[in-house]
Design a protein around this ligand. Sequence first.
Ligand SMILES: Cc1cc2nc3c(=O)[nH]c(=O)nc-3n(C[C@H](O)[C@H](O)[C@H](O)COP(=O)(O)OP(=O)(O)OC[C@H]3O[C@@H](n4cnc5c(N)ncnc54)[C@H](O)[C@@H]3O)c2cc1C
Length: 368
Amino acid sequence: MSVIVLGGGLMGTATAFFLARRGVAVTLVERGRVGAGATVASFGNVRRSGRHLSQLPLARRSLTLWNEAARLLDRDVEFRATGHLRLIFDADGLALMRDYARAARPAGLELEELSPADLRRRFPGLGPDAIGASLSPEDGSGNPRLIGPAFAAAAARLGAQVVDDAGSVQVRRTSAGFEVVTARGTFTADRLVNCTGARGGDLAAQFDEPVPIRILGPQMGVTEPLPHRILPVVGVWDAAHGAYLRQVERGNVVFGGAVDRTEVDPATGHAHVDPAHLPHQLRAVVRLVPALRHVAVIRQWSGAEGYVADGLPVMGPSLTTPGLFHAFGFCGHGFQLGPGVGDAMAELVATGRCDTPLDAMHVARFAA
Ligand SMILES: Cc1cc2nc3c(=O)[nH]c(=O)nc-3n(C[C@H](O)[C@H](O)[C@H](O)COP(=O)(O)OP(=O)(O)OC[C@H]3O[C@@H](n4cnc5c(N)ncnc54)[C@H](O)[C@@H]3O)c2cc1C
């Protein structure tokens, strides 16, 4: 068996790594730089709470691999199980959290409910107006700059061919499988995995399976470095798109959420930051940690991410084309899933089946 993985983001690099680990001949083709798409722009949240319930088995598989990442990749990718704290500010938020916690428990996600007194005692300075919180102690964060290149380098050490800077990439179906023509040569294989992120719908459409997907840019920012005081990743339980933040070990506080995602120019793929969003975003951030009221924001950024209409990614075999597999459109929550997606896709491609249920994410849901 030979496999080309198209797209060198977290999904593609992880898929290439786990395929190579199974002894499969794999070529990873990235049109630009490995890990430089949505992956590097990510906030880095390794969070399970609030995920669509159908994704929790995959998220559990992924969390196990985040815990093993340093050993598997021979590199510290800065996964830290600091806990994921979600603050609750009103009765609706409390009901949302309790309903979710009840529904997620059978899938193995245990959320600890914190009273206001627990919150103040265990996390002083976080959410002084909050009426409670949930804590997911096994979750945390990883470094978005390190994870893609680390998976690619580890895949290469296992024998995978990594072709980056491949420029314009053309994919053709042949009698033997697939031919991928790039600025750095032509590659053939009998299987092809579509890990092209926000552009994944282009390849799916080429093989007659259109997917309703929009490319949008979540807006992020980071403060100057500060004394390290905030251990967990912090978010909010609300029906809207709430703020979230974490403090990296070097002291900067990274934040996102609370504002609309910006449009991305489909031609250039550049995700713009809207500076007009910053004041609203900062008000939401300061509600989580009032001590951030007087700090300086030193950088803002965004990244082009694929949002599928129903909020779920597309994963699994193509309906139209034997040998073609998809893993794209992770809707702003693929960072946590990445290692699990790579492992699950490698299992599926290599064996034709996958222990982790992926049916809810199959492209067939758009076939009608
Ligand atoms: C600002 C931001 C914050 C986020 N925060 C979080 C978070 O905190 N937690 C979380 O779980 N998720 C988060 N996400 C989502 C997460 O980062 C993504 O879901 C995940 O990184 C997607 O990985 P990917 O490999 O599918 O895509 P990408 O990293 O975009 O990789 C796709 C790659 O495919 C390449 N490519 C495209 N077309 C072709 C082609 N035809 N041929 C070859 N290569 C091609 C691109 O150049 C790119 O490198 C965030 C996303 C953004 C943008």
